[in-house]
Design a protein around this ligand. Structure first.
Ligand code: HEC
Length: 174
């Protein structure tokens, strides 16, 4: 019987432990929403825009709604319900005045995106999310999912007011 040198053994075990712990490390970094298990989709920043929106009052936000290719195709073709795999993201920024733009325009009327704070996601998977109209929801504040109570409100509101458009409020801006 050939003996395995101790150093090789230790190195092997250490490597196995490191490898074994890797999946846990990367899992901890991809945080998902409560109830739905939705994550911020990779590459959403490069998606095509569907429409902008503005919310005055206490939220005071500029927003843009973007979608992946599957969602955009459904928008263009007028396909409802949206097919599985559709993802729609709403990105909101604090609405802040722009001194430079105001100077250019000669009036204090210009606003631009400030801190990006809220990202909201809807993911279509008609089987997995059949209890919530086929959509899974995720709301993220500074990259972290917000609490359970907030996620209990998503479907209720989208169901009440946007049911006729497969629970989606935003219309395609031509
Ligand atoms: C009180 C009503 C209400 C609640 C609660 C609500 N939404 Fe919405 N949501 C809206 C409205 C209105 C829009 C239209 C676009 C906008 O506001 O900028 C919208 C738009 C969206 C969009 C873009 C697609 C669309 O339907 O237009 C996503 C994604 C979204 N919401 C996710 C969420 C998530 C995730 C939650 C829960 C954490 C949530 N929403 C809770 C009213 C609501």
């Amino acid at each position: 019987v050939k003996r395995v040198p101790l150093a090789t053994l230790v190195a092997g075990v250490t490597a196995a432990c490191l490898l074994g712990s890797l999946p846990f490390t990367s899992q901890a970094q991809t945080e998902v929403s409560p109830i739905y298990g939705v994550a911020i989709p990779e590459g959403y920043r490069h998606w095509e825009f569907i429409a902008p929106s503005e919310e005055l009052g206490k939220l005071d936000q500029l927003r843009i709604i973007v979608g992946n290719d599957i969602a955009l195709k459904a928008y263009r073709d007028g396909t409802r319900p949206f097919p599985d795999g559709s993802i729609i993201a709403k990105v909101a920024w604090q609405r802040v005045p722009s001194a430079v733009d105001d100077r250019a325009l000669g009036a204090p009327t210009a606003f631009v995106p400030g801190t990006p704070n809220i990202i909201q996601i809807m993911v279509k998977d008609s089987k997995r999310y059949h209890n919530s109209g086929g959509w899974g929801y995720g709301r993220f504040l500074n990259g972290k999912p917000t609490d359970l109570a907030q996620h209990e409100t998503c479907f209720a509101c989208h169901n009440t007011l946007a049911r006729a458009n497969d629970f989606v409020f935003t219309r395609y801006a031509p």
